[in-house]
Write a protein that binds this ligand. Structure first.
Ligand SMILES: [Zn+2]
Length: 313
């Protein structure tokens, strides 16, 4: 064997090892999921990533969100455990890959629907976006809407409503009017029981995705829109099934925290000081955030400069 071919074999092996290292880094073992009944024919799958709503009708199943790409097989299995009906629709609350990471695998099975800004963000940023799984393949929704969209299936109705910016620029609130239940995506995070971080002064662990149109300022207005709806039960983006009162408290805490931080920014405090307050008083973390599970309130993944620029207004 010539010296040149030995070198090229060596190079090929190095390249293969490199590719494998990247793949191993991206591939994660899916965590265990569970399904619970929320109300009537509505169920919630949780355990990893964002909460998935499963609405069973006589003409098929509608899902709200589909978690990470890696959870796809288990999502199908969880749905199968409550119904033999096929999945017909997936409505995304937003494009982060802990919520919409399964879209690519859902597209051959179901119609995937999202707000037009979700699709635009996906096209623009070229990934479903979350640091947890770089390289997750994108599944672009085939159907989009601007303000409101309704799906009628098996005599049941599901509405997707857009109330404005918050967590991203495309957060939809999904409404099940017959059951008076909403799925909020990450506009609201369940804080009951062990998941309830009691912060003094009041605050919330949120994630404002400025890179994808999120807004700390407009978040409360967006929640006000959702609170106008007639509902009593809430599937949050993450955390346990909650109530309308929980959303109202979350909104109040978010506003109190935002106003305090905005006051600091307007006083001309340096970024370091603002970050320090968020860490000390509100439990946000500027460093050392785990990549998984997605940890809201992790300032490390947020754009502190963009946040301060917005709050200065
Ligand atoms: Zn999110």
């Amino acid at each position: 064997m010539s010296r040149t071919s030995l070198v090229s074999i060596f190079v090929a092996i190095l390249l293969l090892l490199g590719a494998r290292a990247i793949h191993t880094q991206n591939a994660k073992t899916p965590g265990p999921l569970r399904i619970e009944k929320v109300k009537g024919d509505l169920y919630m799958i949780s355990g990893e990533g964002g909460n998935v709503a499963v609405y069973v009708t006589s003409e098929g199943v509608l899902l709200v969100d589909d978690m990470f790409d890696r959870n796809h097989a288990d999502i199908l299995a969880q749905v199968k455990s409550v119904t033999d009906q096929p999945i017909r629709y997936v409505v995304n609350t937003h494009q982060h890959d802990d919520h919409a990471g399964g879209d690519l695998k859902m597209l051959p099975l179901a119609e995937v629907i999202a707000h037009r800004n979700v699709r635009a963000n996906l096209v623009d940023i070229k990934q479903p976006y979350y640091e947890d799984t770089p390289g997750t393949p994108i599944g672009l929704p085939r159907v989009t809407f601007s303000d409101e969209l309704a799906v009628y299936l098996g005599g049941k109705e599901v509405r997707a409503k857009y109330f404005g910016r918050g967590h991203t620029s495309g957060d939809a609130v999904i409404y099940f009017p017959d059951l008076k239940v909403i799925h909020t995506g990450d506009l609201f995070l369940g804080r009951r029981g062990a998941a309830a971080p009691q912060t003094r002064p009041p605050g919330v662990n949120i994630y404002v995705d400025y890179a994808q149109g999120g807004s700390f300022l407009e978040w409360t207005k967006t929640l006000d829109g959702a609170l106008q709806m007639d509902f009593d039960t809430v599937i949050p983006g993450h955390g346990p099934v909650s109530t309308k009162a929980d959303v109202m408290q979350f909104r109040a805490d978010l506003e109190a925290m935002r106003n305090r931080v905005a006051a600091l920014v307007k006083e001309g405090k340096a970024k370091e000081e603002v970050v320090q307050v968020l860490e000390a008083d509100y439990g946000w973390k500027a460093t050392g955030c785990p990549l998984s599970p997605p940890t809201a309130g992790c300032l490390q993944f947020q754009q502190a400069d963009a946040m301060m620029a917005e709050l200065k207004r």
